[in-house]
Design a protein around this ligand. Structure first.
Ligand code: ADP
Ligand code: MG
Length: 615
């Protein structure tokens, strides 16, 4: 059975042309593989008809019912029948497939959808008095008759794939299909902020669930306002504007600060000439643009719009039009890189509000707390959440506490410095606690800095610059370190000796199965040299091929930075703390360490006041 092959004469048939109904069913398999794809095609038609308002409703994940209503320019009576015919479109231009400015262009969607469902299309053309409708079942339509619409077009699609059980079987649960509809509507709504969208789940008619309700945005900030509504404040308050152009391409949009990443790429939206795409190439370019700023398993969120001349992209490469081919991919990659890099350096010190929210929320007391009055009258509870019960004295050894606090307090603050620093973003250092966190006072609140992470980033950036300019300082070891290695690893490591030299390491062969290290980067203090060398060699051995030299160098630098930076646990003087803050301000990339963790967070005074019930 495994290698069954029909070899009987009875399988031999002449070639015939398929009839239209079979053709449509076949193309439906490609164009509308699931309910969300139907929704996408219908919304695209509404947008092409210049609708300002689009309402989508569905039931049972779209399997039993989908309806898209718009206020676009409509279809006239004579063309209703034609709109359901395959390869019939009003969007064809003489220039053919090279200059496509509409979302649809193949005339395939409506006939494909009609072929696999019960469809009702009702429309009134903008210049007509009377609306008309056409109904079809599995692609066979009946006569056109008057209907009662006042404006635009409405398309109802019922029982998708009921006539093709093989396909129906492949649909996922109602929940999953419903989520896919939600996702596609969100994406299109981001691409068209000037259009209002309403999305309602009507599975249970008594309990309509409004999933999305966004009204049209008209001002200059329309994309930002829309993304705030759709992606939420966590993104809108922690993103940076990207705007970059070349003579042929323009990139505009928003992308997350590196400290505000997600565990998957689902919140990445790309629009090319306002067409939503899920393009693997774009996803991977964005990833490499953030390389070195976010950890390997985290993803930046982004809403990015690329515009260019229509003939520079081929959109006719994917049945669902969700991937494109660029004529000059490297230009677009370069544009994306430089936009992200520029934004990162301009926004380096932008306070990460999400972290601040997280921090404040973690202070909020939840559950039962013995120090909070349990039976306060209603009105006094409002706004007074933190009243302590006086009969339950706080059992704290104040003496002990005060001692600990003082131990971290900085030595004599230098008044001059304070005056200068109070206007700076990271403020004046006031204390060091737990021997790793600096507390500084800013104009609008306080900042907590992770000294190790912050310093590590600074060292990393400096080493990288030194490496680029080939001026890393090195120090000669009094006693060279000898490290044993097998021959294969030894060859590999020595193959990098030139690069390693520029990084400050002097390596040479030391007889069979060993290498000798004569000098190391000057930034390192001697104590952990052996550990570091082992780690660096491991990096070389793991990633070491010449093709990815940059990656190897980065990983070595990152190791050196980690070893060469102030460890947590070291007491810092006031001058040291303040100079760390100033260095961070001068180096905007220091807002997160090179593992993507934040190096500082801000707590704003207004939030602190809220916590104490003062606001
Ligand atoms: P395409 O969008 O590729 O042209 P479709 O099968 O999606 O193909 O639609 C066929 C035609 O029906 C369109 O070219 C358009 O003229 C018309 N049409 C479809 N939906 C609408 C709508 N909502 N408003 C106005 N015209 C529409
Ligand atoms: Mg279409």
């Amino acid at each position: 059975m495994l290698f069954f092959r029909p070899d009987k004469e009875s399988f031999r048939h002449p070639i015939i042309k398929l009839n239209e109904s079979s053709i449509n069913k076949i193309s439906a398999g490609e164009v509308v593989e699931r309910p969300a794809a139907v929704v996408k095609e219908l919304i695209e038609n509404s947008i092409d008809a210049l609708a300002n308002k689009i309402e989508v409703s569905f039931a049972n994940g779209g399997k039993t019912f989908i309806k898209v209503v718009d206020d676009g320019w409509g279809i006239n009576k004579e063309q209703l029948q034609l709109s359901l015919d395959s390869h019939a479109t009003s969007k064809f231009r003489e220039s053919g497939l090279t200059n496509i400015s509409t979302l649809g262009f193949r005339g395939e969607a409506l006939p494909s959808i009609a072929a696999i469902s019960k469809l009702r299309l009702s429309s009134i053309s903008r210049d007509a008095e009377q609306a008309y409708e056409i109904n079809s079942r599995s692609g066979f339509s009946n006569d056109i008759r008057p209907s009662s619409r006042r404006v635009g077009t409405s398309v109802e699609v019922r029982d998708i794939f009921k006539n093709i059980p093989a396909r129906l079987k492949f649909l996922r649960s109602d929940k999953v299909e419903g989520k896919a509809i939600f996702d596609i509507v969100r994406a299109i709504a981001l691409a068209y902020p000037e259009v209002s969208f309403l999305l309602v789940d009507v599975t249970s008619p008594e309990r309509r669930k409004v999933l999305l309700d966004v009204t049209s945005e008209e001002d200059d900030e329309k994309l930002f306002n829309r993304l705030k509504q759709i992606l939420g404040e966590r993104f809108s308050e922690n993103c940076m504007l990207l705007s970059e152009e070349t003579s042929k391409y323009k990139l505009y949009g928003y992308a997350s600060l590196p400290t505000n990443t997600a565990s998957s790429a689902t919140n990445q939206y790309f629009f090319v000439n306002r067409r939503p795409l899920r393009d693997r190439q774009l996803i991977s370019w964005l990833r490499s643009a953030y390389y070195d700023f976010v950890p390997r398993d985290r993803y930046a969120s982004a809403v990015l719009c690329l515009t260019c001349n229509y003939n520079l992209v081929d959109i006719n490469v994917h049945p669902m039009k969700s991937e494109v081919r660029f004529e000059e991919p490297s230009e677009i990659r370069g544009l994306l890189y430089s936009a992200v890099k520029r934004a990162l350096s301009e926004n380096g010190l932008k306070t990460n509000r999400a972290l601040s929210f997280k921090a404040t929320n973690s202070f909020k007391l939840t559950g039962k707390n013995p120090y909070i009055a349990e039976s306060l009258p209603e009105e006094s509870q409002n706004g007074l959440n933190f009243i302590m019960k006086s009969e339950q004295p706080h059992q704290v050894d104040f003496q002990q506490n005060a001692k600990e606090w003082m131990s971290g307090k900085i030595d004599q603050p230098e008044v001059d410095q304070e005056v200068i620093a109070q206007d700076r973003v990271l403020g004046v250092a006031k204390a060091q606690i737990h021997e790793n966190y600096l507390i500084s006072q800013t104009k609008s609140g306080l900042v907590i800095v992770d000294q190790h992470a912050a310093h590590e980033r600074l060292v990393y950036e400096k080493l990288k610059l030194d490496w680029k300019e080939k001026r890393t300082e090195s120090q000669t070891l009094l006693i060279p370190e000898i490290v044993e290695l097998n021959e294969i690893d030894k060859d590999l490591v020595l193959g990098f000796s030139d690069e390693m030299k520029y990084l400050g390491f002097d390596l040479e062969s030391f007889g069979e199965g060993a290498i000798c290290i004569r000098s190391i980067p000057a930034i390192l203090t001697n104590e952990k040299v052996v550990d570091l060398i082992r780690d660096v060699l491991d990096e070389l051995i793991e990633h070491g091929t010449k093709e990815i030299l940059d990656k190897v160098v980065d990983s070595v630098i990152s190791k050196v930075a980690c070893y060469g930076s102030i460890r947590s646990g070291r007491r810092l003087s006031s001058a040291e703390m303040n100079s760390l803050l100033r260095d961070m301000e001068d180096n905007p990339l220091s807002a997160q360490c090179n593992h993507g963790r934040p190096t500082f967070i801000e707590l704003r005074l207004d939030e602190i006041e809220k916590l104490f019930g003062r606001r």
